[in-house]
Ligand binder design. Structure first.
Ligand code: B12
Ligand code: SF4
Length: 545
């Protein structure tokens, strides 16, 4: 019997899994999407009103690679397909199709599931991602399985290995197709993605990433050692020492962060990190720690001038942002518009406050009752949701989809756009603010005697020097007098710190002028402002052991 059992499992084909993101094109008004949903982070929801100065970046769908790496079946990741490409792949005959989608991509996921039923009726459909929090999704989209929450554990339950097996982390760059002011930077400035965990225990009322994981944190890297070992592996395999950490609140797991730093110091590895973190944790760990850890970019939810959320109680954001930037940390502050206390006067209190913080980047998002959140349940149950707004428009960068006592949906679009424009008009291009901040960082560690901070200083110098060639074009093309003045001041600071630009820097600066003009022409006359990510197909074979 035993022999037969082994024979049978050897000859039995392992199921094949296709994991796909939703199809493009993205960021166009069509029956499946809206122009506000472009597949870019900064240009979509941060520097969206900064025109040519807005950094352009694409990110692969990290979750699909994480899932593929952690199941014991052969799988294919299909990222950014067209509808036709998706059907072509389906027809290759997969046993399972996993579709990852978020709320505004509900109709795309539905269409894909319908195509799968038509072209591959034997393929079982698994739905995953934040879109699965939508009420009644299981009856609205044809499917066989729904994963609400962590997909690694869920797929391991279906395909193995054991749910408790160690996590295999994908080795991939955080972004690609990157342009700054029309200058391609792929290959020159590189960061790898680190997926240390999902969810956040803080449970802010509006936050879908916390609610989706039941206000729990699910670590993929639970210790500083695991995190450090991963950084070393990424460095060895890809030559990368800068890491973009996809984790809602990385520093909340303080022991992991402290142990990571201890190992970096022990081994003389001044890695650098981009993080998301809430203010209460930033204040708890302190600036000195962030400096040593090598945090170079920090996304922090300010939300409002009023401390509406526990995480922000007692935070003095004015000094916090100033001090973080003073230490060379690029800060992205996010603020929520159309909060419950906002009327046509008090909303300006928050817009002006966000602008006055003078962070490197500012995100304004509309209050958005997203399915699964406490805010959503409160609004749904009290009849505040506007009926008939398609999910494609539930994204926070267009119009609100709930009844606000003081703003109509059309007004909300207008206020949002003007908030971004105000930040740009007052504080200038984010890329210029970044250049300013990184130089402050290099200055802050210039006289360091501590051996690890000396190493850190070398990295900071290198990173600051990358911005030097951009300053000439930032002066030349400054969007207004304030920005010109700031660009001249920052250029002068660079001159003082680094000395006059080298021949190499001057040549790069001249090239940057040309590329910027070329980009202006490209956008105006040829291609418009939209950049679509290419389709990327990756196949994975399960690893032994
Ligand atoms: C990277 C990112 C992007 C990238 C996406 C790149 C891409 N290739 O898709 C960019 C910058 C382009 C982007 C854009 C937008 N995004 Co976005 N984005 C993120 C971000 C910061 C990280 C996602 C991530 O990789 N997380 C790490 C992975 C491991 O977690 P995960 O994706 O949740 O996956 C886990 C589970 O969800 C599950 N799972 C996921 N997919 C699947 C599939 C299967 C089959 C299974 C079984 C399980 C499963 O398993 C995974 C492991 O546990 C999240 C916030 C966050 N912290 O998650 C927002 C987030 C996903 N984005 C969001 C939004 C709203 C948008 C935009 C609409 C913004 C806007 N206003 O325009 C646009 C939409 C663009 C578009 N056309 O689709 C929301 C989604 C809200 C919702 N309720 O659906 C989030 C949650 C941010 C937020 N807090 O509001 N985004
Ligand atoms: S601290 Fe940030 S990630 Fe955590 S629940 Fe609040 S908004 Fe969400």
């Amino acid at each position: 019997m035993l022999q037969w059992g082994i024979m049978a499992s050897r000859t039995k084909q392992r199921p094949r899994l296709l994991l796909s993101s939703v199809f493009g094109p993205y960021g166009v008004d069509d029956q499946y999407g809206r122009r506000e949903n472009i597949m870019e982070l900064s240009h979509n929801q941060v520097t969206r009103e900064q025109g040519l100065f807005s950094p352009r970046v694409h990110n692969e769908s990290y979750c699909l690679h994480l899932l593929a790496q952690n199941v014991d079946v052969p799988s294919t990741v299909l990222d950014f397909p067209s509808e036709q490409r998706f059907v072509k792949e389906l027809k290759k005959g997969y046993d399972y199709l996993g579709i990852s989608f978020i709320m505004p991509n509900f109709v795309k996921a539905k269409r894909m599931a319908e195509l799968a039923r038509r072209h591959a009726p034997g393929t079982k459909i698994i739905l995953g991602g934040h879109g699965t929090a939508i009420d009644g999704v299981e009856s609205a989209i044809p499917c066989d399985h729904i994963c609400r929450g962590d997909g690694v554990g869920f797929l391991r339950g279906l395909f193995g290995p054991a749910v408790t097996a160690p996590i295999r982390h994908p080795m991939m760059e955080a972004s690609f197709n990157r342009y700054v002011m029309g200058i391609p930077i792929d290959g020159r400035v590189r960061a790898a993605v680190v997926l240390s965990g999902v969810g956040c225990v803080n449970g802010c009322r509006f936050c879908c990433t916390s609610h989706f994981f039941d206000k729990r944190y699910i670590p993929f890297l639970d210790t500083g050692k695991e995190t450090f070992d991963l950084c070393r592996k990424l460095e060895a395999a890809m030559g990368i020492t800068d890491f973009s950490v996809m984790d809602e609140n990385f520093l909340k797991h303080e022991t992991r962060a402290r142990d990571l730093l201890a190992l970096m110091e022990k081994h003389g590895k001044p890695y650098t990190f981009s993080l998301f973190s809430s203010a209460e944790v930033v204040r708890k760990v302190g600036l000195g720690f962030l400096q040593r850890l090598g945090v170079e970019f920090l996304w922090m939810g300010v939300e409002s001038k009023r401390a509406l959320f526990e995480k922000n109680r007692g935070a003095d954001f004015v000094s916090l942002v100033r001090d973080l930037r003073g230490q060379g940390i690029n800060v992205l502050t996010s603020g929520i518009l159309f909060l419950e206390h906002h009327d046509k006067a008090s909303i300006h209190e928050d817009i002006d406050f966000m602008v006055s913080l003078d962070a490197d980047f500012v995100q304004f998002m509309q209050l958005g009752p997203a399915p699964g959140t406490q805010l959503y349940f409160d609004y749904r149950d009290s009849g505040k949701l506007i009926q008939g707004v398609p999910y494609e428009e539930w994204h926070g960068q267009g119009r609100i989809w709930f009844r606000h006592p003081h703003f109509t949906p059309a007004e909300s679009e207008d206020y949002l756009r003007k908030a971004f424009q105000k930040d740009f008009a007052v504080n200038g291009p984010s890329i210029l603010r970044m250049a300013d901040t990184v130089l402050r960082g290099a200055r802050a560690t210039a006289g360091a005697t501590d051996p690890f901070l000396k190493l850190r200083h070398q990295v900071r110098r290198r990173h600051a020097l990358r911005h030097y060639p951009l300053l000439g074009p930032l002066v030349t093309f400054a969007p207004n007098a304030r920005a010109k003045q700031l660009a001249c001041r920052v250029l002068e600071d660079y001159r003082r710190f680094f000395g006059p630009p080298s021949l190499g820097t001057r040549l790069k600066s001249a090239a940057a002028h040309v590329l910027m003009v070329k980009e202006m022409i490209r956008e105006k006359l040829v291609a418009g402002n939209l950049r679509q990510p290419p389709t990327i197909v990756t196949t994975y074979r399960p690893r032994a052991g």
